[in-house]
Ligand binder design. Structure first.
Ligand SMILES: *Cc1c(COP(=O)(O)O)cnc(C)c1O
Length: 476
């Protein structure tokens, strides 16, 4: 058959859309997207037929179109099983929310009292209540909440130091990842960055020498994601708070990860805490809602009432405001921290404090259910989220040796829900610290299914392997 007559036998768009498979796709994705995809499929087929390929049957046109639309929708946010052992995995949404925080967010999804005062029957404040909870937890006069930690820092700098110098140590000009670089953030805030000290040593005298009429604030930034060792010195929060009081300028401490209570032992020993910074006299502390607090994305600013008020009344506060879902989840998370110093009903804390013996028991129970290829083995988890570099937690997981280990990782990621593991030394490692025990059965089913897919592919020959998520871009 010659090419023009083959093309003339191509089915018409309207007829294709009347088929049952097309109708099902229209119900799911909408008429417009499916119609466009059918047209694109027909265009491609025309090109192929002109190049000498045979005319495909009509169902193939629709199949291609549906795959096209489904592919375009596959990027939607999906739940995953995090078996990486990175507790605060930024790429996987940092902190998983507690049951109470999830319920609160679901309830807040409809109409809420977001900015409504029930007593007065009139407009209320979006952040007053959540701010009071945060202040109570931090032991400060006042607090407010914005969209994330970065926004909190920009707001504080803009509200307290626009056109004036913000003094910061050269050793604390950090990059956090996701293009967050402190000098750039300071520049957009309108505060004038004035560096003091050196990369490795900064003393309070360096700040004192730089304080003058133009000083807007003293800033200390937690080096969350790296360590400096050797000939090092830094000005402590207490010294900076005292200098700030003498000079009449606020001392602001950006704690990043936001450990609330000081830990004297365990993995958090030595990590700066909100409690310690406030006790040392910080005028404002800043930290994230979705790092060690274990809540939703948010930035908390806590401290002196007059300074918090300057933040809440600044025009940027409107641009950085939280939404109702964040507020609901954050309130529930703050309440959990008010109930217990180590709130194990907050998943981040349940995972961080999980005992290696209980992780081992789970690993030894699950490995045989997966099969001979799986072994229970010790491994090491990390906190992640740019928190506590160099700190590793003893953990247990399931390791699977497989010729095509990258292919197995691909098959796990293709599951529903996807499982994200780690490839270590040619073996796939599934760290149980970051898998909630309630997901154990699901994990077994998903791993068995992926192993089946990998085995089938290995039988068929071509072992396609894709890129595996590496741990280093997970912790930014
Ligand atoms: C993580 C971090 C931030 C940014 O907080 P986000 O909530 O991620 O915006 C700012 N400062 C420090 C020191 C941090 O560790």
């Amino acid at each position: 058959m010659d090419e023009p007559s083959a093309l003339s036998r191509l089915p018409k768009v309207d007829l294709l859309l009347q088929r049952d498979d097309a109708a099902a796709a229209i119900a799911r994705y909408g008429r417009g997207p499916v119609t466009d995809a059918v047209r694109r499929a027909l265009d491609d087929i025309r090109t192929e037929v002109r190049a000498g390929r045979p005319l495909p049957p009509p169902d193939e046109v629709v199949t291609r179109a549906v795959a096209d639309v489904a592919g375009a929708r596959a990027g939607r946010l999906r739940r995953v099983v995090n078996a990486t052992g990175v507790v605060l995995h930024t790429n996987l949404g940092r902190a998983p929310l507690s049951a109470a925080a999830r319920e609160a967010a679901v309830e807040a999804a409809g109409y809420t009292t977001l900015e409504y005062d029930l007593g007065e029957g009139a407009r209320g404040s979006r952040t007053a209540h959540v701010g009071r909870l945060a202040a109570e937890l931090c032991g400060t006069e006042a607090a407010t909440v914005v969209n994330n930690g970065a926004a909190a820092l920009v707001l504080v700098l803009a509200a307290l130091s626009t056109g004036r110098e913000a003094l910061v140590s050269r050793g604390e000009l950090i990059e956090i990842g996701g293009s967050y670089r402190l000098p750039d953030v300071m520049a957009v805030s309108g505060a004038l960055m004035r560096e003091v000290g050196t990369t490795n040593r900064t003393r309070v005298a360096d700040y004192r020498d730089a304080v003058g009429d133009d000083t807007g604030l003293l800033l200390k930034v937690h080096r969350s994601n790296f360590e400096v060792v050797g000939f090092v010195e830094e000005a402590g929060a207490g010294e900076l708070a005292a200098l700030g009081r003498d000079a009449g300028v606020p001392f602001v401490h950006d704690l990043g990860s936001g450990l609330i209570r000081t830990a004297n032992d365990g993995p958090f020993a030595g990590e700066p805490s909100v409690e310690a910074s406030v006790a040392a006299g910080a005028d404002l502390v800043i930290f994230s809602g979705d790092k060690l607090l274990g809540g939703p994305q948010a930035g908390i600013v806590a401290g002196r009432a007059d300074l918090v008020r300057r933040c809440t009344t600044h025009p940027l506060a409107r641009a950085f405001r939280i939404d109702k879902l964040q507020r609901a989840a954050l309130e529930a998370t703050l309440e959990a921290h008010l109930r217990a110093d180590v709130p194990t009903d907050v998943p981040t804390w349940a995972m961080l404090t999980a005992d290696p013996a209980s992780l081992r028991a789970r690993a030894e129970q699950l490995a045989p259910l997966i099969g001979d290829v799986a072994t229970a083995a010790p491994t090491r988890s990390v906190v992640g989220g740019g928190s506590l570099p160099g700190v590793e937690l003893d953990s247990w997981g399931i390791t699977i040796g497989r010729a095509d280990v990258d292919g197995l990782a691909d098959d796990l990621r293709a599951g529903d829900p996807p499982v994200i593991g780690r490839v270590d030394d040619g073996r796939l490692v599934l760290d149980l610290r970051t898998v909630p025990p309630a997901d154990d059965d699901l994990l077994v089913d998903l791993v068995r299914a992926a192993l089946g897919d990998t085995a089938a592919r290995e039988r068929d020959g071509g072992a396609a392997s894709g890129d595996v998520q590496r741990a280093e871009d997970a912790t930014a």
